[in-house]
Design a protein around this ligand. Sequence first.
Ligand code: MLT
Ligand code: MN
Ligand code: ZN
Length: 306
Amino acid sequence: MKIKVLGSSAGGGFPQWNCNCRNCDGVRNGTLNAQRRTQSSIVVSANGEDWLLVNASPDLLAQIAAHPELQPARRARDSGIAAVVTMDAQIDHVTGLLMLRERDTPLPLYITDAVLQDLSTGLPVVSILAHYCGVERHAIPLDGASFAVPALPGIRIEALPLSSKAPPYSPHREAPQRGDNIGLTFIDEHSGKRAFYAPGLGALEPHVLEAMNGADLLLVDGTLWTPDEMIELGLSKKTAANMGHLAQTGAGGMIEVLDSIERAGVRKVLIHINNTNPILIEDSPERRRLAEHGIEVAFDGLAFEL
Ligand code: MLT
Ligand code: MN
Ligand code: ZN
């Protein structure tokens, strides 16, 4: 199983177009030891030619251009993106769907009922696609059963409902529905290896910890260093919890959670990193602290073979 990080930043990207925080300013001016990052997305493949796009970011076209393996050029019109799965209805995870409208066959889309509802009403990208390539909808089981995507032979996928947040535009924001946010485990049937992906993790419930404990690769919520980072910088009134994210530091924070996972050989990688997070600075004390805990920070282009 091959996994590639297309975009490792949270919504807004790094640098964010209108942000002059220390990180955004520093990466823009080249005065900080940090790399630019596009918005949240990964791809998964069994054969390296046919890929499942996991979340479709607003930066999708630039991400495709940066990854030639997504353009195998087998026909006049062709793409390595064989299907898409969405994990929530957030703008950073779904607006890229519109960029796939030139397909000549309906887009295979794996999506929960709750997310499909948002994408057919408040942000109706699925309804809009019906006027272009169309969508071949596949439901995602939320009862623990695994599912498969035909273009990824030998890979099983398990979805688990998460406590996080539906987007601000959604009626589910204050009335959560099962399936608004999911985590995904990708299982390679040949190697037996498992990768757990959850860019938005609001709370670590027992079923989430169980999935994390069984994984050989953890790609998890790295949005914020402290719960009130955006408030302290005067950039937002929202805490990490308000946004459905678990900060890295503090009691019960992501560092503590990852410390509790002791599976031999497991890789612990933070992804969906907000532009304010000091871990984006490669030589920061915060980054050193992560390294002391064996935790890596994802970057665009990071690849895994499991
Ligand atoms: C989030 O993950 O909290 C959202 O993506 C933020 C956003 O896109 O505005
Ligand atoms: Mn996001
Ligand atoms: Zn910023």
